[in-house]
Design a protein around this ligand. Structure first.
Ligand SMILES: C[S@@+](CC[C@H](N)C(=O)[O-])C[C@H]1O[C@@H](n2cnc3c(N)ncnc32)[C@H](O)[C@@H]1O
Length: 218
């Protein structure tokens, strides 16, 4: 699966993605992550991508043109229209968007290409939204940019893909699966400063352990 991230800070994306699960998934060619700097598509000689809002007001607004031209360069828009691809989705990071959750992550994991546009400053010229499928928020708070939200979504989606996690089985019992949360887990030592592992987990009785875990999850 390919993740294409439009940003003016591509290094934030590449630095995060080079290690851990996302780094390994790229080495194994299970995913690819491409950061596209829409500043490269600015139409002015200073390479600016933002301007003052019409009608006045605080801050700067991201212009539609560099983002459109960047999408055009990667073959996603043409003649002012989105090019429909059934297994491609273009989402835009927006605190006012649909709240990202595990169900959305699962839907995205079925795609071939997830395109994520990340904003900065006061956000986007409203016309940018004409070229996207969905506005997505990672929560009810405002960050300085869309790169962290883009990484949250990339990681949550990538780890659902076969082969990305060392143990695919672990996905089955995770929080948000079957509308329950994961049961409490413990590892060595059995006793840490008087904080003891529940006896049942040391009993070796797999039936009882299974029942205890189900109960805890509920
Ligand atoms: C400073 S924010 C803009 C906030 C905007 N003026 C508003 O009031 O909604 C800059 C960019 O960061 C990203 N961003 C900030 N918070 C976000 C969130 N909770 N979820 C998704 N993206 C977010 C968006 O891409 C946004 O355009």
């Amino acid at each position: 699966m390919k993740f294409s991230i439009l940003t003016i800070f591509p290094d934030l994306i590449y630095n995060y993605c080079q290690d851990s699960i996302l780094g390994r998934a790229q080495s194994k060619e299970l995913i690819s992550v491409e950061a596209h700097n829409f500043r490269d598509f600015s139409i002015n000689k200073h390479h600016t991508v933002d301007d003052k809002p019409f009608g006045g007001g605080a801050g700067m607004v991201l212009q539609v043109e560099p983002i459109y031209r960047c999408l055009e360069n990667i073959g996603l828009v043409k003649n002012g229209k989105k090019i429909k691809e059934s297994k491609t989705k273009i989402i835009i990071m927006d605190p006012d968007g649909k709240k990202f959750d595990q169900t959305m992550a699962k839907q995205f994991s079925k795609l071939d290409n997830l395109v994520i546009i990340s904003g900065r400053y006061e956000g986007f010229d409203e016309r940018v939204y004409k070229f996207v499928d969905d506005r997505v928020s990672v929560g009810d708070y405002v960050l300085a940019g869309g790169e962290l939200p883009a990484m949250i979504i990339t990681e949550a989606v990538a780890r659902l893909l076969p082969g990305v996690l060392g143990n695919f089985e672990s996905l089955k019992e995770e929080t948000f699966e079957n509308d329950i949360v994961e049961y409490p887990q413990y590892t060595r030592p059995e006793n840490f400063m008087g904080l003891k592992v529940p006896k049942i987990l040391l009993s070796g009785d797999h039936k009882k352990i299974g029942d205890w875990r189900k109960d805890q999850s509920r």
